[in-house]
Each structure stands twice: as structure tokens, then as C-alpha cells.
Design a protein around this ligand. Sequence first.
Ligand code: ZN
Length: 114
Amino acid sequence: MPVRIVFRCEFCDARPDADTQLSLEHQLKAELFGEYLDAPPSNWLTWTGRGLFGPARYACAEHRGDLTAYLRTHYSSVGPHPWKKGPYLRHPPPRSRPDSSLTRAVTPRSGKSC
Ligand SMILES: [Zn+2]
């Protein structure tokens, strides 16, 4: 049974639409430390965190500024990473499609009826 990862905005508990969900799942493969990533198409913002920068955090388009403010308040003594200004890395890049391996994992088998 495929595992469904649940992403929520840190500030309003919103959940991403299906395409943004795929972007966020794809970002989990990126081994980045203290980076902001844009998550298309709904303009979510990911903080990759790790180590002293804490856990990964997510914000919907409406709360991107709240996430950067929170990180700058709580992690600015760790390093300059929270102070990075946009535009941020867009991951996955605009022209690429999310990794199909995740999509395949949730696609039901076809062509055989019970
Ligand atoms: Zn939000």
C-alpha cells in the first residue's frame, strides 16, 4: 500500500492541491541544508531545515512571509541561511514534471478486472 505523505501549512493548516503535493513529495529527495524552495504550481514555500536548522517546514502561498519571519527569528543565530532572499530555488524546475516513480507508486493496476 503506497504511503501518502501529508503536508500542511505551518500557519493555517491548509493542505496543498494535488500538483503541489507532487512537487513537495519530489522535494523530499533533495538533500539540501537550510534552503528555501518554491513548490509550484500553487506557490508554496518549503524550508528544508536539517541539523541545527530544525525540521522541514511548509507554508502556503498566503503564509510564505510568516514562514521566513519565523525562521529568521528562531534560526538566524545558526547561520545566514534563513536570510536568503527570493527568488528561491524552484524545485522541481518549471519545465520538468514531478518524478514519475512517486506517481507510479499510487497508480492502480489496469487491464485486469476481478
Ligand atoms: Zn497557510
